[in-house]
Design a protein around this ligand. Structure first.
Ligand SMILES: NC(=O)c1ccc[n+]([C@@H]2O[C@H](COP(=O)([O-])OP(=O)(O)OC[C@H]3O[C@@H](n4cnc5c(N)ncnc54)[C@H](O)[C@@H]3O)[C@@H](O)[C@H]2O)c1
Length: 395
């Protein structure tokens, strides 16, 4: 095995997009070997400056281990701690990162490492996309959601505040496609992830199972359903397989439609559950039964969105009603809520769906599960069917 190469227990997925290919490595202890890994990479020059943008909530030992490994391998490290707060994921949070990059005299060929969950990955990745018109980015996801989804595929971005308050925040409407040069998913970082955050990530895995048949893994939904107890218990072996299979599905989707332009679905299929989910994610005044009042986490909103999309699909006859019961039961088994209290009236929710970026030329494009691991695009579904979706999650 070459120094800096994968160990026998590491897993790997290749992501290919036009003109660019990169590795996603999945394993334990990857961050404490990151210096060796970059040292062995042909895309990073020896002795480069490396900018480590890390989530301020990570245990200190995680960022320190990565920093130490980089320094031991001869890299010159500058670091910045970022607050992972959705209301701070705005243009104003970009400025200090860009200033730090400039102050550390980071050059165009020198990489930025985004170490954290999807929020830090999106924000630091966006800074990497625009600083000097794009520097190499290495994504090191530390949440389940960012390992199986956000770190792969090159979407970076921030929210746009169009009105004061959380409900005036438009999710991810600004950003750039900027593929990383490498993704290191160090499964051992998940140990410190709070339970609620961890379970949120499982929602994206359930989503992938609802569309994976067209992307090389028709058995993913059944396997995930059968392994849910082990997944919830964070069994390391099952987790490594879960992450690898989910990344492989995402990679297959992205390979066919990097820029989300396919008229037949492609990357837009990954928005399954998100149009419903985004409409409520930044709403205040919602409560999940059994949880303290407060904003929903992204994965919690996606879980509810998956149920709403499946109910909408079942109401329109696009999937068997039994699929709704299956999705509800899987989500309940992970400990995620299947209902939410305090939803505003349907008319307001419909209008919020119109703000979502999945609106094209004034028409609403929803992704709906079709059964047997497949999902499809529905253009302008009837308001009555959409209302069935909201009714399914209204507590
Ligand atoms: N780019 C994409 O393709 C894509 C896809 C999905 C979601 N996203 C974005 O990702 C964000 C959500 O990401 P997320 O669910 O990973 O949450 P997050 O990044 O907001 O992190 C959740 C919380 O966990 C903390 N945390 C992260 N890793 C930790 C660890 N190992 N131990 C302890 N605490 C840890 C964070 O500080 C934060 O408080 C949203 O902003 C969403 O828009 C992007």
């Amino acid at each position: 095995m070459p120094a800096g190469g994968p160990t026998q227990s590491d897993r790997s997925v290749r992501v290919q997009v036009p003109g660019h290919e990169y590795e996603v490595r999945i394993g334990t202890g990857l961050l404490s070997r990151i210096g060796e890994t970059l040292g062995a990479s042909s895309s990073v020059r020896p002795g480069s400056r490396v900018f480590l943008a890390h989530d301020a909530n990570l245990p200190q030992a995680v960022a320190s281990a990565a920093g130490r490994s980089l320094e031991t391998s001869g890299f010159r490290v500058s670091a910045a701690a970022l607050r992972a707060d959705e209301s701070d994921k705005t243009l104003s949070a970009l400025q200090p990162i860009l200033v730090e990059l400039a102050k550390s005299r980071q050059e165009r060929h020198e990489p930025l490492i985004a170490l954290g969950g999807g929020l830090v990955g999106d924000l630091a990745g966006f800074a990497g996309a625009i600083y000097r018109r794009g520097i190499p980015v290495i994504q090191c996801p530390t949440t389940l959601l960012s390992m199986v989804d956000a770190s792969v595929g090159g979407k970076t971005g921030a929210n746009l505040a169009i009105e004061p308050g959380d409900s005036g925040l438009l999710k991810n409407v600004i950003g750039a496609f900027h593929q990383p040069i490498l993704v290191l998913a160090d499964v051992s970082t998940l140990i410190s992830l709070p339970d609620r955050q961890y379970r949120s990530g499982i929602a994206e895995c359930i989503k992938h199972g609802l569309l994976s048949a067209d992307f090389g893994d028709p058995g993913l939904a059944d396997w995930t359903a059968a392994q849910l107890d082990s997944i919830v218990a964070r069994d390391a072996t099952i987790l490594a397989e879960l992450i690898q299979r989910n990344i492989a599905v995402k990679a297959a989707v992205v390979r066919g439609d990097e820029r989300e332009v396919s008229p037949t679905g492609g990357r837009a299929l990954l928005n399954l559950g998100h149009t419903f989910g985004h409409a409520i994610e930044t709403l205040t005044g919602l409560t999940l039964p059994g949880f303290p009042a407060g904003p929903l986490l992204h994965g919690e909103a996606v879980a509810l969105g998956l149920i709403a999309a499946t109910a909408c699909s079942a109401a329109s006859g696009s999937c068997p009603p039994s699929l709704l019961a299956q999705v509800q039961s899987q989500i309940a088994k992970t400990g995620l809520s299947t209902k939410v209290q305090g939803l505003p009236p349907d008319a307001q929710l419909l209008s919020r769906m119109g703000h979502d970026k999945k609106v094209e030329g004034g028409s609403l494009r929803l992704i709906l599960p079709a059964g047997s691991g497949r999902s499809k695009v529905a253009r302008d579904p009837s308001p009555a069917h959409i209302q069935s979706g909201w009714a399914a999650i209204r507590a």
